[in-house]
Design a protein around this ligand. Structure first.
Ligand SMILES: O=C(O)CCC(=O)C(=O)O
Length: 385
């Protein structure tokens, strides 16, 4: 614009100023447009990322669901077994062959293959005094240390044990790899004929000793049951053996380990899946008490209550189970042993200690790979499968 509304020509300086102002406004307008394009582009990119992430999550979930459901079909079981064999044919053969030789000269109690468990009387292992007292000593030192660090005022049990309510955690694994190195008695017990022999004979292979631990459960605030307090089966392999041995007496208040036999579990999982389909509900790996009742399986629930030393050897891949429904003021401590048919991330054991014993050595040698990591137990503490 070179003249004002009256047709009077503006001085040069004003005109120059107007040119500059108009030019700047154009640049600002252009910049705003560019910024708005950029914002739109970023928004689109974020949306794209969200879609991809969602798709990956859905795929993972679908794969998990497929893995979970196929385990319970004949073809699925056979396919997963074949896949495990294909992954390590030589090792699988070696483990089976040695297991055959090892169990042929054993005379130990057996787990039922059909039912997938064996209840253990307090005197099942003969003299457990050393094992139980080691577990208690370790427990006392850990809980006392945690208490003094937290300055907590726990209630007392057995006159000398403090029960500390753990914030947000109701189930904790107490032992580290160092504890196991310092107390080899516990690993020796896990590798004894009475314990590992039973697992080997049930699994028909020299298993991978995966975990030796103390499970410490306390009451969880609120009434809602979560995670391993709900019925579930474990994800490791098609079959495995866990021992839960009560270190102190366990009654209802202590939230006993609770399970359903393998044959009944197969029926429950089939029938709950059908029920959920008719109700339009999604698959989840956790089963509510109401669902167990709805398919008429409440009568089949077994609670592992009893004095110190009592417990169970149970296939937690085939038997629905839960635990740690501890009432306020109580706690439960279990010696926990896990024998897997697949290689999992577990404890690191003192492999050298067993180097002259082919059976024990085979059961622990894989654990060298876990040396630099502490164990994690996602199915106990983590979310839904
Ligand atoms: O005894 C418990 O709290 C349950 C543990 C459990 O679910 C497991 O070890 O798989």
């Amino acid at each position: 614009m070179s003249a004002n509304s009256n047709g009077v020509r503006r001085p040069l300086a004003v005109r120059a100023g107007l040119v500059v102002v108009n030019g700047s406004l154009k640049v600002v307008r252009h910049g705003t447009r560019v910024r708005s394009y950029l914002r739109r582009l970023v928004r689109l990119a974020l949306q794209g990322l969200r879609v991809v992430r969602h798709a990956i999550l859905r795929l993972r979930l679908a794969w998990k669901g497929f893995r979970y459901r196929s385990r319970w079909t004949t073809w699925g079981g056979a396919a997963w077994k074949a896949a495990a064999f294909a992954r390590a044919p030589r090792e699988t053969r070696e483990r089976r062959r040695l297991a055959e030789r090892y169990t042929a000269q054993l005379s130990c109690a057996e787990m039922s293959r059909q039912q997938g468990f064996r209840l253990l009387a307090p005197d099942h292992f003969g003299d457990m005094a050393g094992v139980i007292s080691t577990c208690r000593q370790l427990f006392e030192s850990k809980v006392a240390r945690a208490d003094s660090a937290a300055g907590s005022q726990g209630s007392e049990r057995d006159g000398h044990l403090r029960v500390r309510e753990m914030k947000g955690e109701y189930l904790r694994n107490l032992l580290s790899n160092d504890d196991l190195q310092r107390h080899p008695l516990l690993v020796d017990f896990a590798l004894s004929d009475a314990a590992m022999g039973m697992a080997t004979s049930y699994l028909s292979t020299i298993p991978y000793l995966n975990r030796v631990d103390l499970l410490y459960s306390v009451s969880k605030p609120g009434v809602e049951k979560v995670s391993s307090q709900l019925f579930h089966v474990d994800p490791e392999g098609l079959t495995q053996v866990k021992f839960f041995i009560n270190v102190f007496d366990v009654e209802d208040a202590e939230g006993p380990f609770t399970f359903i036999s393998a044959d009944e579990t197969a029926r429950v999982i089939r029938e709950v899946a059908a029920l959920r389909r008719t109700q339009g509900k999604q698959h989840t790996g956790r089963y509510l008490d109401d669902e167990i009742a709805a398919v008429g399986a409440s009568h089949a629930i077994v609670r592992v209550k009893g004095p110190q030393g009592s417990g169970v050897a149970v296939d937690t891949s085939r038997c629905l189970h839960l635990g740690s429904r501890v009432q306020p003021g109580a706690f439960r401590l279990c010696l926990y042993l896990q024998y897997c048919t697949t290689r999992e991330h577990g404890n690191a054991f003192d492999v050298e200690r067993y180097r002259h014993d082919p059976v024990r050595h085979l059961a622990v040698r894989h654990s060298l790979a876990s040396r630099d990591n502490e164990v994690s137990a996602p199915h106990q503490m983590g979310g839904m499968q």
